[in-house]
Design a protein around this ligand. Structure first.
Ligand code: GDP
Ligand code: IMO
Ligand code: MG
Length: 426
């Protein structure tokens, strides 16, 4: 059974959660392979709204086995809080949620390290403050990292923390005078408490997924963040610390990339970005404010207002190629209703030259000025459209133009947060 991947083609928050939620009906496994609780996916069904951060979106469906793969960084209290909220909301979560014993654990000193580093204006990235970067640094550095599997061995965990915490305390003091200090025994007690509750979910998820492949089960990979936040190919250093492209699947889940035969690129009909870093099409005027308000563009994780702008075809062309997408979905099209003229960036002016490729060097990108193509807008409310023929001609033209610029078929147009507000195109 071929596997599918859903990936965002911009700077995150493209509404991947909605697409994953729809596709999870027809999949048996939904897998997160990167990031952690820096992600925020909102899923709406009628009057029910779910916000997921660390847990795979598949967890809303009892028939799905939701997998937190080895490439994810896990903050145990957040895991337990999300599970608790879902259960309180009537969503059964039990053996259908599994966590890799190889996933890495976020500890409070990771968040403290991030807080201190982000307090400096120099080098500030505008992170979510969830300890993601420092935890991945420890993972790659190996000496001070703790994996989920280690939480299940009390004596070992206590010993490890006794080695690590004094070093972390010294490091934190060196980063900032206001650094908090941590106590190894206290942390061990706290994390052993979490371990008791997480234990039933911990397993070798790589083997589980290989067994699933062998048994011809359907697997859906849910990339967190967006392609432009990928640590290798995004707008470095203003990126996250993991591989958010489908290339992260192999490393972050153990499933060979060749098993993934359908890759769906999710595009917001305009651009949004949270945190620092270049965004050539950003609108800082009243129109930007209007799009932010209508699109409810405030971060799910941090509540920060998202920066918004026109759609940038150069970015999505670049990321669609990197991600190897077969098709794209155009989301939040309804937000653009009532804007007389719509712009799509089709080239940049860089140091006086017209360029038609995306410079992945953030410092070059900062100097790029967008060159736009203008399309007519529409006045109609799209939120009740359910089929392509319900869309006004100008909206249809906008979608067709996006598909043509990316060079991939548009399979879905989304006209509202609810799963019913979805148009499937042939
Ligand atoms: P993700 O991180 O990519 O899953 O996206 P987020 O959940 O962070 O942000 C997308 C937001 O847009 C969520 O609040 C969704 O409920 C909402 N949304 C999804 N599709 C649509 C749509 O077509 N129109 C509108 N207006 N909102 C949408
Ligand atoms: P979803 O999955 C949008 C951004 C942060 C910051 C940068 C680094 O909801 O699309 P980090 O905390 O990861 O070290 O922050 O990445 N960022 C996101 N922006 N959507 C996300 O996830 C994001 N995850 C991280 O705002 O600019
Ligand atoms: Mg999000």
């Amino acid at each position: 059974m071929p596997a599918t991947c859903v990936v965002g083609l911009q700077w995150g928050d493209e509404a991947k959660g909605k697409i994953v939620d729809i596709l999870s009906d027809s999949h048996q496994f939904v897998v997160r392979f990167n990031g952690g609780a820096n992600a925020g996916h909102t899923v709406v069904w009628g009057d029910r709204k779910f916000a997921l951060s660390l847990l795979p979106t598949g967890v809303l469906k009892p028939h799905v086995t939701s997998v937190i793969g080895n490439g994810v960084v896990v903050f145990p209290p957040r895991f337990l809080e999300e599970v608790g909220k879902l259960r309180a909301g009537g969503v059964p979560v039990g053996g259908n949620l599994v966590v890799s014993d190889h996933a890495h654990v976020i500890l409070p000193y990771h968040m403290e390290e991030e807080r201190l580093a982000e307090a400096e204006s120099e080098g500030k990235i505008g992170t979510t403050g969830r300890g993601i970067g420092p935890c991945y640094q420890d993972k790659v550095g190996r000496r001070y990292a703790i994996r989920v599997g280690e939480l299940l061995h009390p004596n070992h965990l206590r010993e490890r923390l006794k080695q690590i915490v004094p070093i972390k305390n010294r490091l934190l003091k060196a980063i900032g005078d206001s650094a908090k200090s941590f106590d190894a025994d206290q942390l061990a007690d706290e994390y052993l408490g979490y371990a008791e509750q997480i234990k039933p979910h911990v397993t070798d998820t790589t083997r589980l997924l290989h067994d699933a492949l062998a048994a011809d089960k359907s697997i859906l990979f849910e990339a967190a963040q967006g392609s432009l936040l990928d640590v290798d190919h995004g707008t470095y250093p203003y990126v996250t610390s993991s591989s958010s492209l489908p290339s992260g699947i192999w490393g972050g889940s153990g499933v060979p990339s060749r098993c993934v035969t359908r890759i769906i690129g999710v595009i917001k009909a305009y651009t949004s970005r949270v945190g620092r870093g270049p965004c050539p099409t950003e609108l800082t005027d009243d129109l930007g404010e209007r799009i932010r308000t209508v699109g409810r563009e405030f971060g799910t994780v941090t509540g920060r207002p998202r920066r918004v702008g026109w759609l940038d075809a150069l970015t999505v062309k670049y990321t669609a190629a990197l991600a190897g997408v077969d098709e794209v979905t155009v989301m939040l099209l309804d937000v653009l209703s009532g804007i007389p003229e719509l712009k799509i960036c089709v080239a940049y002016e860089l140091d006086g030259q017209r360029i038609e490729h995306f410079p992945s060097d953030a410092y070059q990108l900062e100097r790029c000025k967008p060159i736009y193509e203008t399309l007519p807008g529409w006045t109609e409310d799209l939120t009740k459209c359910r089929k392509a023929t319900d869309l006004p001609a100008a909206a249809r033209r906008y979608v067709d133009r996006v598909g043509a610029l990316v060079g991939k078929p548009v399979s879905v147009v989304s006209v509202g947060p609810d799963r019913d507000q979805t148009i499937h195109l042939k």
